[in-house]
Design a protein around this ligand. Sequence first.
Ligand SMILES: NC(=O)N[C@@H](CC(=O)O)C(=O)O
Ligand SMILES: [Zn+2]
Ligand SMILES: [Zn+2]
Length: 349
Amino acid sequence: MTDTLTLIRPDDWHLHLRDGAALRHTVADAARYFGRAIVMPNLTPPVTRLEGALAYRERIMAQRPDGSDWQPLMVLYLTDNTSPGDIREAHASGMVTAAKLYPAGATTNSASGVTSLERIYPALEAMAETGMPLLVHGEVTHDSIDIFDREAAFIDQQLAPLRVRYPQLRIVFEHITTADAAQFVLSAESNVGATITPQHLMYNRNHLLVGGIKPHFYCLPVLKRNRHQQALRDVVTRGDSRFFLGTDSAPHAQSAKESSCGCAGCYSAHAAIELYAEVFEELGVLDKLEAFASFNGPDFYRLPRNSDRITLSRQPWQVPQVLELGEQPLVPLKAGETVRWKVTAGSFA
Ligand SMILES: NC(=O)N[C@@H](CC(=O)O)C(=O)O
Ligand SMILES: [Zn+2]
Ligand SMILES: [Zn+2]
């Protein structure tokens, strides 16, 4: 049995940091051992243009712990009004890595998202030309589509046609949750990748709904049935280079989750690489963790891999019942439970 595990420093290719008082906590967690993070732009108001992305980056960097080299990689939030000029300006700056498609109404802070893909065709053309990746929250939002079918419907109705229309466009299918999504990525050309969260590898909808509703397991896309969880576990077991680490760690205060209308999002930044290590160990593929966490993401994004390393040790520790988020308590994933792995070298903090 392996008791230590040394990896090239990993990155998080899908992360929510929020803004204001939350940044002190979220940035400290994100920067502890990751090298970089793709920072989601779903603030209120959203980060829609270069200027906003640069200002947000400054606010994030102001909270970066002393001695840390961690880098936030900025993302534009696409709206019906995003112009090709917005994309070209952001790309030319070298300070914006990607742009994100939130179908309007699909998830937390998506009200300003895209109402119909046709409206952003000019922006997507500019992205295909410049090589800027399109990140997608892949769910349709129509009332008539069951929430458990929204990812599969998105593939058929939006993503597959988009691939045909813009074959050069580089797409990251974010936080995939179904066998359908895994299959779509596997059958697509090499310019389609996907992120997988810890919660979608660890849990299925029984964890959310059996024996009482568990609001801290509620995220979007919602946890699916066991068969889909298994398909995601199979895909990381195979070790395909198109799938990479993106936690989707999404902080919501305890009061906002434990509510009659609870917010969607799980917080995992306190233990992210450790949770993935537990899953990969369960699957008997700890040797595949490094490619998933540290190689496949930068390779897809055409960025250099990190060159320094972190070490995890088999050193069980207990996750606190609550963490702080600004002035408010936050209940993290696995609150009060034991995590088997701990990062013991290579931390910035
Ligand atoms: N995943 C979630 O359930 N929530 C995310 C938004 C998102 O990534 O869809 C959030 O910003 O809280
Ligand atoms: Zn999302
Ligand atoms: Zn997210």
